[in-house]
Design a protein around this ligand. Structure first.
Ligand code: SF4
Ligand code: SF4
Length: 411
């Protein structure tokens, strides 16, 4: 970890979304870090990047709450900056979709309260990134390229692919709409996808991350889980420090989050809470016990018998990289791996709309007789269908071998 990394994370109590209370808490949290003026200079265009993954009401806890976005926008204005709210939800990226998303997620109100601009420019650009380890080219929404400063505003939620979505994962929304599908197709293994997210982080370099953890989401996030009051805001200049603190806040070991592990392997973080400088209210008073994870988090090597673990990984290395000593051919390992990981299945709520078909990166879904069918052999377990289904109809179930070793938990 670099000597220059700012490992300070502000953590403050914020019991609910009362606008004035949120503004007071946000100000207090930033004052712990030197105030908004430490991050924003007068005249700068400041992109505020909330989590707007789906056009859903703020009370579903899927998206960053408008009270938080408005509070940050007001502080940016006070510092002399020009706040612009921008994100690219899942699905098509167009002005019409953005309009619908802003209305349903309360961003219209946030913009009015915080005197912020709403971005309707749905253009994007492909940029070269020679320093990227996994991604040397990045597709980025134009609003990012037009901004001087980025303030990341994630929601603290579980995620079936990345265990939690906080500061690092939230940046995936800067990849335009359906272009995200190509990234899932290219980076099929979870550890590679997370390495790609670390490339995105090191390219974007947000100045500041402010996490809406007033009400988070537990269970099958990022869209289909349950709201869970946490009662806190976090802020910090280093996404990895913020993610470590956020994981600790919901009592999840920080290195269980694969983006933090990917960053630790590059020496960008230790992933240890002890190395974070926590300021503000005591973590022990705000920590939420028993936060339920998503059912489909990556196979936990600790739960598998050692013989099975060796068959799967060769050396037992959990990032999926082999040491070349596999005793099973690749196809057999792939099959075995698929048997252990939750697979998507359209449930009774499916209306056969075909939205998931358009967003599956590997063409594993067909609608037959009004019901979506997922080909579990083709499926790469990216869970985009689970995340994006407008009816929340996609259930996650573990195949029989997985149930044998890891229980029968299903959604
Ligand atoms: S699973 Fe959801 S997105 Fe797919 S066809 Fe059914 S309702 Fe539509
Ligand atoms: S079926 Fe669903 S989880 Fe599987 S690859 Fe397609 S979108 Fe991803």
């Amino acid at each position: 970890m670099s000597e220059e990394t700012d490992r300070r994370v502000g953590l403050v109590r914020c019991a609910d979304y009362d606008r004035e209370a949120v503004e007071r808490a946000t100000r207090r949290c930033l004052d712990l870090l030197g105030g908004m003026g430490a991050f924003v200079q007068p005249g700068q265009r400041v992109l505020l990047k909330p989590n707007l993954v789906r056009a859903m009401s703020p009370d579903r806890a899927v998206t960053t709450h408008p009270a938080v976005v408005a509070a940050v926008a007001r502080l940016v204005r006070e510092a002399g900056g020009h706040p612009i709210i921008a994100d690219s939800p899942g699905g098509p990226y167009s002005a019409a979709i953005l309009r619908l998303t802003y209305r349903k997620t309360g961003m219209d109100q946030a913009a009015a309260w915080g005197e912020a601009e709403l971005n309707y420019n749905a253009e994007s650009t492909q940029v070269s990134y020679a320093e990227g380890l996994t991604l040397r080219r990045l597709d980025i929404i134009q609003a990012l390229l037009d901004a001087d400063v980025v303030i990341n505003l994630p929601k603290l939620k579980t995620h079936n692919l990345t265990t939690l979505t906080v500061a690092v994962k939230n940046l995936f929304g800067l990849v335009p709409g359906s272009v995200k599908i190509g990234y899932h197709a290219k980076l099929q293994e979870n550890w590679r996808f997370c390495e790609g997210l670390i490339d995105l982080l090191t390219y974007v370099k947000p100045a500041l991350h402010i996490v809406d953890a007033v009400v988070g989401m537990e269970g099958n996030g990022p869209s289909g889980g349950d709201p869970r009051p946490i009662g806190a805001l976090l802020a910090g200049a280093d996404a990895l420090a913020v993610d470590v603190a956020a994981a600790a806040l919901v009592d999840i070991p920080p290195l269980d989050v694969p983006t933090t592990r990917a960053a630790a392997q590059r020496g960008l973080t230790t992933g240890r809470l002890e190395d974070i400088v926590l300021l503000g209210d005591p973590l022990a008073e705000l920590r939420v016990p028993g936060f339920r994870r998503g059912a489909a988090s990556a196979v936990d090597p600790g739960l598998l018998p050692m013989a099975l673990l060796r068959l799967l990984t060769g050396s037992g290395r959990e990032n999926g990289q082999s040491n070349g000593h596999h005793s099973l051919p690749r196809m057999a390992r792939d099959w075995l791996g698929h048997q252990l990981v939750m697979a998507p299945k359209a449930g009774k709520k499916c209306i056969g709309c075909g939205y998931c078909v358009k967003h599956c990166p590997v063409g594993a879904i067909q609608v037959v007789d009004g019901l979506a069918h997922m080909d579990t052999n083709k499926c790469i377990r990216c869970y985009c269908c689970h995340e994006l289904c407008p009816e929340l109809a996609v259930e996650l179930k573990r195949p029989w071998l997985g149930r044998l070793f890891m229980g029968n938990q299903a959604t």
